[in-house]
Design a binder for this molecule. Structure first.
Ligand code: IPE
Ligand code: IPE
Ligand code: MG
Length: 256
């Protein structure tokens, strides 16, 4: 049997870079805003507003802890299935967050990246996302990925379409397509694969978040609803991560 070079290389890279006790890249599925609001007899948008406060706390805690990359799932390609009023409220909140926080994030050395498709987004949202990218592009202290209008399958489909177009035009040979090339065509290409994905709000699923990138990611599901998340919950998830034995298909450390 010949060992696939591409997969052994990417596993080694992940082992070297992400097997420390502190993850380099954490992804968060920020779920449970609606249930939090319902618990207190409040309308759903209030839950989303509190969710933005939790996001602020979490970005601050992530910077303080020494993470390098944080990706937050803010709006999925499937969230369009919600009523128009809910979708509008979520777009309005992104605008509020950017308008209120962009200047501070910029001054703190945060570089913002946006993952997802711009298709279907209102012009003002599209422009605001571009502004966030442009204004923070020279920052290097901390990387914040915002998955907005994001779906892992949509991202992979776009990447595959690009590769097929390049092959048809003779720019690449189909044989040259390997895992690294596919990764480099994804929206997240500047980020390492996530070492840890946290999902709040009781569900145990990825809901189309970082589908390709999470092949060897540690998953931590927490019952806390997103508006209640903060430094304490983040540290709890990081402790769980530190206790995991990442094997990447190899043997338990010390077993050989
Ligand atoms: C997460 O909270 C926010 C987004 C999906 C954008 P939800 O709105 O999904 O809250 P629940 O799951 O209904 O409680
Ligand atoms: C996942 O939450 C999407 C975001 C957090 C943006 P959902 O609430 O949309 O996921 P499902 O519908 O429970 O799978
Ligand atoms: Mg939900």
């Amino acid at each position: 049997m010949t060992l696939s070079r591409a997969s052994s290389d990417s596993a080694r890279q992940a082992t070297e870079e992400g097997n420390g006790k502190l993850p380099r890249h954490v992804g968060i599925i920020m779920d449970g805003n609606g249930r939090w609001a319902a618990q207190y007899g409040m309308p759903r948008p209030v839950g989303h507003e509190r969710g933005v406060e939790a996001l602020r706390r979490t970005v601050k805690a992530a910077q303080k802890t020494g993470l390098e990359y944080l990706t937050v799932y803010s709006f999925s390609t499937e969230n369009w299935r919600r009523p128009f009023s809910e979708v509008s409220a979520l777009f309005a909140l992104l605008k509020t967050f950017m308008n209120q926080d962009l200047k501070r994030l910029k001054s703190e050395g945060v570089r913002i990246s946006v993952f997802g498709t711009r298709e279907g987004l209102p012009e003002d949202v599209d422009a605001l996302l571009d502004r966030a990218l442009e204004e923070t592009r020279d920052n290097t202290r901390f990387n914040l990925g915002i998955a907005f209008n994001y779906g892992g399958r949509e991202e992979i489909t776009r990447a595959v379409r690009g590769l097929a177009e390049d092959a048809r035009a003779g720019r690449i040979e189909p044989e040259a397509i390997d895992e690294a090339m596919i990764s480099s065509r994804l929206d997240t290409s500047g980020f390492p694969d996530p070492d840890l994905i946290i999902r709040t709000g009781e569900e145990r699923r990825l809901s189309n978040f970082l589908v390709w990138q999470s092949a060897y990611t540690e998953l931590v599901f927490m019952d806390v609803l997103w508006p209640e998340f903060g430094e304490h919950s983040l540290n709890e998830a990081l402790e769980t991560f530190a206790s995991r034995d990442r094997r990447f298909g190899g043997l338990k450390s010390g077993a050989a």
